[in-house]
Design a protein around this ligand. Structure first.
Ligand code: G3P
Length: 226
């Protein structure tokens, strides 16, 4: 499983990229708003993220009609070669995804919650589909179960002819709230987990690691003083 960082915060991206284990970034309008983003600064901000990350960077469209999504998607795709255009899973989004894919633009279909949505996204050419775990849990459903269902269903078929350059489709577990979400997604064979920076840190940490390190360092002091 690959790790993407789910943020628009440049400092978080720089820091996580320096750890050497991040393969991409996903953003959305809410994440951009949270870093004080402005309308005029949006394209420059995406460009800066693309320079910081050696991998796909998802930037989301906000139009709700297909022509608008296609226009915004093309503008975003022209910003950098590693831009992936994020498009909501809905009728206009499917049509725009097919059009963008046919023009060689990679699409991440987001706000995906069900198996039929995921299959339609893949058939429309999506390079990535992003089922949301946490938001499903928020309405007392089982987000992880849905991700597992989507992985299993997509695995039943061959989507290589659908997407840009016959690359097929990858599942991005999104709306991740805990290290356990990451672990369970990995056990299901999910291709990618996109994680907020605080969850990424929790994925690295463990109290027994801290305790073990403390003991090793204390014993090393004894070695030095022997
Ligand atoms: O990138 C979209 C998704 O990860 C959002 O997560 O926590 O706002 O539900 P969340």
């Amino acid at each position: 499983m690959k790790f993407f960082l789910d943020t628009a915060d440049l400092d978080e991206i720089k820091e996580a990229a320096s750890w050497g284990a991040i393969a991409g970034v996903t953003t959305n309008p809410s994440l951009y708003m949270r870093v004080g983003g402005t309308l005029d600064g949006f394209h420059d901000h995406i460009k800066r993220i693309c320079e910081l990350v050696d991998g796909p960077v998802s930037a989301e469209t906000v139009a709700t009609d297909r022509e608008g999504i296609i226009r915004e998607g093309r503008e975003l795709a022209d910003l950098a070669p590693n831009v992936v255009v994020k498009v909501p899973t809905m009728v206009e989004g499917l049509a725009a995804t097919r059009a963008l894919t046919d023009q060689g633009v990679r699409v991440n279909m987001t706000l995906c919650f069900t198996v039929p949505q995921a299959i339609l996204a893949a058939r429309a050419g999506a390079r990535y589909v992003s089922p949301f775990i946490g938001r499903f849990d928020d309405i007392s459903e089982d987000g992880l179960e849905q991700v597992g269902n989507i992985i299993a269903a997509l695995g039943n078929y061959d989507f290589t002819g659908c997407s840009v350059g016959d690359e097929g489709v990858e599942v991005i577990a999104a709306s991740i709230r805990s290290a356990n979400h990451v672990a369970q997604a990995a056990l299901m064979g999910c291709d990618i987990a996109t994680v907020p920076f605080n969850v990424l840190k929790k994925c690295v940490e463990h109290p027994l690691t801290d305790r073990g390190l403390e003991r090793f360092l204390a014993d090393w002091e004894k070695v030095k003083n022997a």
